[in-house]
Design a protein around this ligand. Structure first.
Ligand code: SF4
Length: 346
């Protein structure tokens, strides 16, 4: 039996060429992409302005979705974790986070992760494979369809789920371009965030793409010794090199970098950490997101008390850093990154 290719794995150029080879008129590309990215159709049959014979060709050549939902957990605060199966039987997660007037989807870019951060369950599970652009886009499209059925709209997308997006550079960038393109999903670039551990060459490359995305750095420590302990990648790219890469990044006016900082009990939230952090990013436009650690089975770290996190926030604010505490959402579900996949035995 013929293997069907996931259609969203094709770039706009590849799709255009495929259409041209079949003698299709040039407007067919926009029509088709409209169905793929802007209307929520469940099948090629539903693409009603395409000729029936052409829909049959699509059916014989491609599959429309490369993911299928296999589980879902919803927390009392509305945070919903989706577990998807890929065509080759891998499992990936996406998490929908409602917050006042915002509805953010956290997208995975790899099955597992190579970075091995010690406070992260995904990191402990190892790496399986990169996700394709289509698999990343399908996380957004499948959840958007759900959300729209409830009369709501996705407002933000963050590449902050399982995996390191810049370790899967080509596919992550291809998916991001479709997300922010008018011919694609049409998100404002201000509403799309890429989070990285700080792969310096890739951050420099990203700086030259002219994409204008919000960039978040997963920082988590203020000295190399602690950061290398928490994040093995720091042995390759030191804090100084990572921050230098940020300094070379063309940050648009009125935008700031986000520094993600998982607060681990007794590890990284001393007054000295606050002072070092302020010195490290002096002159950079940043906001700091403190994330109290969410323990998972077998974790080596503990969650700090609320008082400790508030104290650290106050110290950072006193030093002039705009600092927020990101409440861990959906704590009664498998909210730690990778936990639903792990619990389902993937
Ligand atoms: S925190 Fe992110 S980069 Fe680090 S291991 Fe987990 S998924 Fe990978």
């Amino acid at each position: 039996m013929k293997t069907l290719r996931p259609i969203k794995d094709l770039s706009r150029g590849e799709l255009a060429q495929w259409l041209q080879e079949r003698g299709e008129p040039s407007y067919r590309l926009d029509q088709l992409e409209g169905w793929l990215y802007r209307h929520d159709v469940a099948s090629f049959h539903d693409m009603t302005n395409l000729p029936k014979t052409f829909r049959e060709v699509l059916l014989g050549e491609f599959c429309l979705f490369s993911l299928e939902e296999v589980a879902r957990e919803e927390a009392l605060d509305g945070t919903t974790k989706f577990l998807f199966s890929t065509l080759d039987g891998e499992r990936v997660e996406a998490v929908l986070i409602p917050d006042r007037d915002r509805l953010t989807l956290c997208v995975s870019t790899q099955v597992g992760c190579r970075m091995g951060c010690r406070f992260c369950l995904t990191g402990r599970q190892g790496f399986r494979r990169n996700l394709t652009r289509g698999e990343m886009l399908d996380q957004v499209l499948l959840v958007r369809r759900e959300v729209r059925d409830q009369g709501r709209e996705l407002t933000n997308v963050v590449f902050m789920g399982m995996g390191e997006p810049l370790d899967n550079y080509e596919e992550s960038l291809a998916a991001l371009r479709v997300l922010i393109s008018d011919k694609g999903l049409g998100f404002s670039h201000r509403k799309v965030t890429l989070s990285t551990v700080g792969l310096v060459p890739q951050v420099r490359r990203l700086a030259r793409e002219g994409l204008d995305l919000t960039l978040a750095l997963s920082l988590n420590a203020t000295d190399d010794e602690t950061r290398s302990l928490l994040m093995p990648i720091n042995r390759r790219y030191s804090l100084e090199e990572v921050v230098a890469a940020l300094r070379g990044y063309p940050l648009p006016p009125r935008k700031r970098f986000t520094l993600e900082y998982v607060v681990l009990e007794g590890v990284n939230h001393s007054p000295q950490d606050a002072r070092r952090l302020a010195r490290l990013v002096e002159g950079l436009r940043v906001k700091v997101n403190l994330i109290p650690f969410n323990p998972f089975p077998g974790a080596e770290f503990e969650r700090p008390s609320e008082r400790e996190v508030l104290e650290f926030q106050a110290q950072l604010r006193q030093l002039g850093l705009s600092t927020f505490i990101r409440q861990s959402r959906g704590q009664e579900i498998s909210a730690a990154c990778g936990l639903l996949r792990w619990r389902r035995g993937a």
